[in-house]
Ligand binder design. Structure first.
Ligand code: HEM
Length: 462
């Protein structure tokens, strides 16, 4: 038998600079899109030392060194100060995402029950229902605006995964204004380039920059919404405990103290934002990549029909949609929703052949590792077969890390993967997505990896 190679879809890649950018250009680009400051060497070398505003930053791409930083010696490489400045400013410096040591450990333990495997499987009907609702909304939009009218799939996916997070982690309670919620998150994220630039220049936080007031007001709105949910829950506890109840009931084993209302609100905001934005982006990029790869799309459709027939995609089916999961994995390789994992050396140390002084930022550039010339063949091409059991054999763990690694690995990793497969399969079997001719979505890092200006696609019924 002769194997016929189907041409692989290779999305237009960013033209990364061959040399590190000079000071002014670096800062201008950092504000617009941090990803475009990344020099090509990040995609070719095992490690790279860059100077940012005269200060060294070590980028680590070699999978063995990545494991050393994130897993083996995680204790001496805590989260970098830039996290406190960007995420801490929004959700406090002592919440599950930002805290360190014992402060972090008990919050992680307190939040774990809803993420156990059996519990996640119980959430699958809510995921299917959110996907069905998304299909109905899109059909409504097509009926209203006409089949050829582009629809922003990034926005559609945000609304869908938001439904899932509120339904599964807050028992459907909250009464949020989803559109306002999404808009305020975007306002905040839009200023991240400025926050990063000020941090690089070691300038104080009070310095004004475009969008700062709106971002602050947005953050106050988000926190107030969370505080309202916490107060309502204190007054009316759930019959079946959800994430918020677990966090309310938890106490620190060392001090015996419980979370204050402000801490609960910060953690809730962390979960709602981290728990829907990232998965929505994985789905958005997966839909777009698949729409450009007819053979991949056909294999997914064939798999869904052989695994689920006409029935809804339930927990058992989700488990058997092996190729569909590979498509999601490959989408997250090319477009990792969390493109950078920033750490800092807390003491003088050595990493491979590099001497690292205490307080040196040590960055794990997931986006570059996922497209690294030494780790992947045709790194910029979309090929879900890379994630078959056979092809994955022997791949070092540090070569693929959409969810991070080590003690701070994403608490929602399994949840997100099952959710993405269920929503993707449920939508794809009912709707046909097509990219808008001539439109080249450009990834932009705003903490997460978003398509700049959204991702318009046309949608039609199958
Ligand atoms: C495709 C979807 C997702 C991606 C790509 C993703 C990615 C990540 C990454 C890379 C980290 C580690 C950051 C670091 O080490 O600095 C992380 C942490 C975290 N994620 Fe996710 N995430 C996703 C979905 C979710 C979901 C569904 C939830 C919750 C429902 C969630 C909640 C969190 C939380 C709370 C943390 C902090 C954990 C800790 O520090 O202990 N994420 N995520």
């Amino acid at each position: 038998m002769t194997l016929v190679e189907t041409p692989r879809f290779t999305p237009h890649a960013i033209d990364h600079p061959s040399e590190p950018l000079k000071a002014l250009k670096f800062l201008r680009t950092l504000v617009r899109n941090p990803l475009e400051t990344w020099p090509r060497a990040l995609f070719e070398e095992p490690v790279l030392r860059l100077a940012m505003a005269g200060r060294p930053v070590l980028f680590v791409m070699d999978p063995a060194l990545v494991e050393d930083v994130l897993v083996a010696r995680a204790a001496i490489f805590p989260k970098a100060p830039i996290i406190q400045r960007t995420i801490g400013a929004a959700v406090g410096t002592k919440s599950i995402f930002t805290a360190e040591g014992a402060d972090w450990r008990w919050q992680r333990r307190a939040s774990s029950p809803p993420f156990r495997h059996e519990k996640i499987l119980g959430f699958v009907p809510a995921m299917t229902a959110a996907a069905d609702a998304a299909v109905a909304r899109l059909e409504g939009q097509i009926a209203g605006a006409g089949a050829g009218t582009p629809i922003d799939m990034a926005e559609a996916m945000m609304a869908t995964t938001f439904d899932v997070i509120v339904e599964t982690m807050l028992s459907g309670k909250g009464g949020f204004d989803i559109e306002r919620f999404g808009a305020e998150i975007t306002h905040y994220f839009d200023t991240i380039g400025w926050v990063a630039a000020l941090a690089v220049l070691r300038l104080p936080r009070w310095i004004p920059y475009p969008g700062k007031r709106r971002a602050r007001a947005g953050n106050r709105f988000l926190k107030a919404e969370m505080a309202r949910v916490v107060a309502e829950r204190r007054a009316h506890p759930s019959v079946t405990p959800d994430l918020l109840d677990f966090m309310i009931q938890a106490s620190d084993p060392e001090t015996g103290r419980a979370m204050t209302d402000a801490e609960l609100a910060d953690n809730l905001l962390t979960f709602v934002v981290a728990g829907h934005e990232t998965t929505a982006l994985a789905l958005t990029w997966a839909l777009w990549l698949t729409a450009n790869s007819p053979s991949v799309e056909q294999r997914v459709l064939d798999e869904i029909s052989s695994v689920a027939g006409e029935a809804p995609v339930d927990a058992a089916a989700a488990d058997r949609l092996v190729y569909t999961k590979q498509v999601i994995q490959e989408a997250m390789r090319l477009y990792p929703p969390a493109p950078l994992i920033p750490r800092v050396a807390s003491e003088d140390t050595v990493l491979g052949t590099e001497t690292v002084k205490a307080r040196t930022p040590v960055y794990v550039p997931v986006y570059a590792i996922h497209r690294h010339a030494a780790l992947w063949t045709n790194p910029d091409s979309f090929d879900p077969d890379r994630f078959s059991a056979e092809a994955s054999k022997g791949r070092p763990r540090g070569a693929y890390l959409p969810f991070g690694a080590g003690p701070r690995i994403c608490i929602g990793a399994s949840f997100a993967q099952i959710e993405a497969v269920v929503i993707f399969a449920t939508m794809l079997r009912k709707l046909k997505f097509a990219s808008v001719p001539g439109h080249r979505p450009k990834p932009n890092t705003r903490l997460t990896l978003r398509p700049e200006g959204g991702l318009p696609m046309t949608v039609a019924r199958r």
